[in-house]
Design a protein around this ligand. Structure first.
Ligand code: 13P
Length: 262
């Protein structure tokens, strides 16, 4: 069965209550037009900041779920003395369907390591949340020819202890750090090369069927004018979008690009 595209917007630490609601509302209202009959082939997700999840939940899940609601992170424990952290149960309580784990800003700005990210992946999956595991090399690592090695390590470490039966709820996002928020996009060929390597690694770790079924998103300066070419690559199954997901027109145009390619 053909893989669906998954286009998710990561709003990061942007918006306020009013603009978050306006953004979600604007996107939801333009979805049918953007998807032009491809609603079964393209999934859409929105990841607002934690404090606006409830507001956005009301807008995206009014009647039938038009878009999946995502959180940008979670903590590994159920409850207790973990000041500032948010549990999987809390996320589910406000209507969250999926969660990002290991985003490059969590890895490189906040300092999360592979073990913590792996614990978050396992916790989210155990709680029935869908997970987008983010991986990607820095510019120095790419220049030092470590791209494959870094992405392999992040996949292996991120998925340690994750069983084949849990993979249906897992998505991988390849986000080269040097392409995030820089306006520099990996070329479609550069992105495709890493996506194919990641899929091969998944086949080695699990099975060919599991690898073929896995959605692998590309992230890093995805814009309306490069989205179709990126998603036209055989192993690129959608996009994790930062900056361009903050403008209704741009995000909807990226969704429409996915619908055209689908
Ligand atoms: P930009 O699209 O702003 O480069 O961000 C990508 C990203 O980090 C999405 O998670």
């Amino acid at each position: 069965m053909a893989r669906k595209f998954f286009v998710a917007g990561n709003w990061k630490m942007n918006t306020n209550r009013k603009s978050a609601c306006a953004l979600a509302d604007g996107i939801v209202h333009k979805l049918d037009e953007a998807l032009v009959g491809k609603a079964d082939a393209v999934e859409v997700g929105l990841c607002p900041p934690f404090v606006y999840l409830s507001d956005v939940a009301r807008l995206v899940t009014n009647g039938r779920a038009k878009a999946w609601l995502g959180a940008q992170d979670l903590y590994t424990q159920d409850n207790g003395a973990f000041t500032g952290e948010i549990s999987a149960a809390m996320l589910k309580d406000v209507g969250v369907h999926f969660v990002l784990c290991g985003h490059s800003e969590r890895r490189h700005v906040i300092g999360e390591g592979d073990d913590l990210i792996n614990a978050k992946v396992k916790k989210a999956l155990a709680e029935g949340l869908r997970v987008i595991l983010c991986i990607g090399e820095t510019l120095d690592q790419r220049k030092a020819n470590q791209t494959l090695e870094v992405n392999r390590r992040q996949v292996q470490a991120g998925l340690a202890g994750v069983g084949a039966g849990q993979l249906a709820n897992l998505v991988i996002a390849y986000e080269p750090v040097w392409a995030i928020g820089t306006g520099v996009t990996a070329s479609p060929a550069q992105a495709q090369e890493v996506h194919a390597q990641v899929r091969k690694l998944l086949a080695d770790l699990y099975s060919r069927a599991a690898a073929e079924a896995m959605q692998i998103q590309y992230g890093g300066s995805v814009k309306p004018d490069n989205a179709a070419e990126l998603m036209g690559q055989p192993d690129i199954d959608g996009a994790l979008v930062g900056g361009a997901s903050l403008k209704v027109e741009d995000f909807v145009a990226i969704i429409a690009a996915a619908a055209r390619v689908a």
